[in-house]
Design a protein around this ligand. Structure first.
Ligand SMILES: Cc1cc2nc3c(=O)[nH]c(=O)nc-3n(C[C@H](O)[C@H](O)[C@H](O)COP(=O)(O)O)c2cc1C
Length: 244
């Protein structure tokens, strides 16, 4: 299996770094090919704008998706993006390794998605969810959070982690076609004992060893939505086979 780990943490001694290294070691030892995009080390620019492109459709007004569709058809992405798009197309398994920041993705990783998951490369023309460009691939979030499990329980401040990660699971990974594996979540790695950190890493090794059989989350089947009618007056998206 070909594995891409997109790792978003600025500190090489962090627990996120330890998890990334553990994944590289375990998956490589199991015979998988593994590459890492270390976004901070790469100095990855997360801002998505006209600088994504070497091609131009309309110099007067930037429509990001229009420029993306054109760049996808005409090899018009700048090299730093093309490299990441090639890695995405190459992998069978994508692991996003990140700390939860403000209940979401760190900006550098959100920006990697904004720029790399481009129209024509990751979705478009009716290709989403089970018909997605990246269908037949799997993805998993490996996440650290600062708070203890109680804060992420039904009665806690934030509620369960599942709904917090829903925008990533459904709106990003599922949308482009990935089968999304249950997330691996670590609570408060800098606030627990060395022994508990080691226990988390041991559990993570087990998860990785069984990654090809790991259960996946439910995702919509586009055929189930073919009958939907548009009541809002919106036009279907370009190339859509249904209202989407
Ligand atoms: C900008 C920022 C925002 C954060 N937001 C949250 C948050 O919303 N919820 C939470 O539980 N922890 C939050 N944290 C704590 C981090 O998730 C936590 O420090 C990290 O997961 C620990 O992993 P590490 O030791 O690898 O850094 C935040 C930390 C930073 C720096």
């Amino acid at each position: 299996m070909r594995v891409l780990i997109v790792y978003a943490h600025p500190e090489p001694t962090s627990f996120n770094a330890a998890m990334m290294r553990e994944a590289v070691a375990v998956l490589s030892a199991a015979g998988h090919e593994v590459i890492v995009s270390d976004l901070h080390a790469m100095g990855f620019d997360p801002v998505s704008d006209r600088r994504n492109f070497s091609t131009v459709v309309d110099p007067g007004r930037l429509s990001q998706q229009t420029e993306e569709a054109h760049a996808s058809a005409h090899n018009g992405y700048v090299p730093e993006l093309q490299v990441e798009m090639d890695k995405l197309a190459w992998c069978d398994l994508l692991i996003l390794q990140f700390p939860l920041w403000w209940l979401g993705l760190p900006a550098i990783l959100k920006g990697w998605i904004d720029r790399v998951f481009a129209l024509g490369r990751a979705y478009g023309g009716g290709r989403w969810f089970d018909r997605g460009v990246l269908a037949n691939k799997r993805a998993m979030c490996s996440v650290t959070v600062g708070g203890p499990p109680e804060l992420y329980s039904d009665s806690g401040w934030y509620g369960p982690v599942g709904p917090i990660l829903f925008p990533i699971h459904r709106g990003i990974l599922g949308f482009v076609g990935f089968s999304v594996i249950e997330p691996f979540v670590v609570h408060g790695p800098s606030r627990i004992s060395q022994r508990d950190r080691a226990a988390y890493l041991a559990r993570y090794r087990q998860r990785l060893a069984a990654i090809e059989r790991a259960p996946v989350l439910a995702n919509p089947r586009t055929a189930d939505y073919e009958g939907f009618t548009l009541r809002s007056g919106m036009r279907p998206l370009p190339g859509a086979t249904s209202v989407f």
